[in-house]
Design a protein around this ligand. Sequence first.
Ligand SMILES: C[S@@+](CC[C@H](N)C(=O)[O-])C[C@H]1O[C@@H](n2cnc3c(N)ncnc32)[C@H](O)[C@@H]1O
Length: 258
Amino acid sequence: MRLEFDILTLFPNMFQGPLQESILKRAMEAGIVAVRVHNIRDYAPGKHRQTDDTPYGGGGGMVMKPEPIWNAAEAVLGEDIARRGQDVAVVLMSPQGRLFSHAVARELARYRRIVLICGRYEGVDERIRELLATDEISIGDYVLSGGELPAMVVVEAVTRLLPGVLGDPGATFEDSHAEGLLEYPQYTRPAEFRGLKVPEELLSGNHAEVVRWRREQSLRRTLERRPDLLKKANLTAADREFLRRLGWGEGEDADGQD
Ligand SMILES: C[S@@+](CC[C@H](N)C(=O)[O-])C[C@H]1O[C@@H](n2cnc3c(N)ncnc32)[C@H](O)[C@@H]1O
């Protein structure tokens, strides 16, 4: 097994659909990835298996108790709990975490095991962050009701990067963000749809021409939509020249070196 995910959640049923479809399903069947979902409630002590409680200091809402989450991680990881931060990551899903990105997905794809902790309510007792988590990830600057959807986002983005998951091994290299640029526009048959024709360069059969067109479209699109990405992108001298002709650098960052 290449990479094992363990998801700790109060709502395990939320994962049923996404894990049983398409690329994730095939990656699991191929033994490239394992995704196990654990109900935190099963690890809560006491007759009532209480998983949340009122916040110290008052205020509304409930906070997830630390013991059930700690117990779940200990039971699920076994001896691997000592390997946290080495080849095992324990990630707390949180709107306060570092922003998830292609680069972070790549980082995570290097681990052997990843535990994803899904919060609910007002969040998770701070001591889980301090004692158990090795990472804290947010999927964007907005607040969801729980960490389940963010955990699915992480599982899917990381799994796509594992060797053997996608039919075309080169596919992820050209995806948007993989090389710091947005991907070029994609077309398929028919060659004309409602008066709009597929660009001639793509129909030319000239491979070099197709490569040039795609690169330029990728640069143009990134400049138009996400000029911030160009600062960190891997650009050749020809790329820079092309961008300058489009007006890039007529302000700050003219050389794109910073
Ligand atoms: C309603 S939120 C709690 C927000 C918390 N009170 C705060 O202000 O930071 C409940 C849970 O949803 C998850 N969550 C919400 N938004 C998220 C985001 N943008 N990225 C990752 N996880 C998120 C986290 O696991 C969080 O503990």
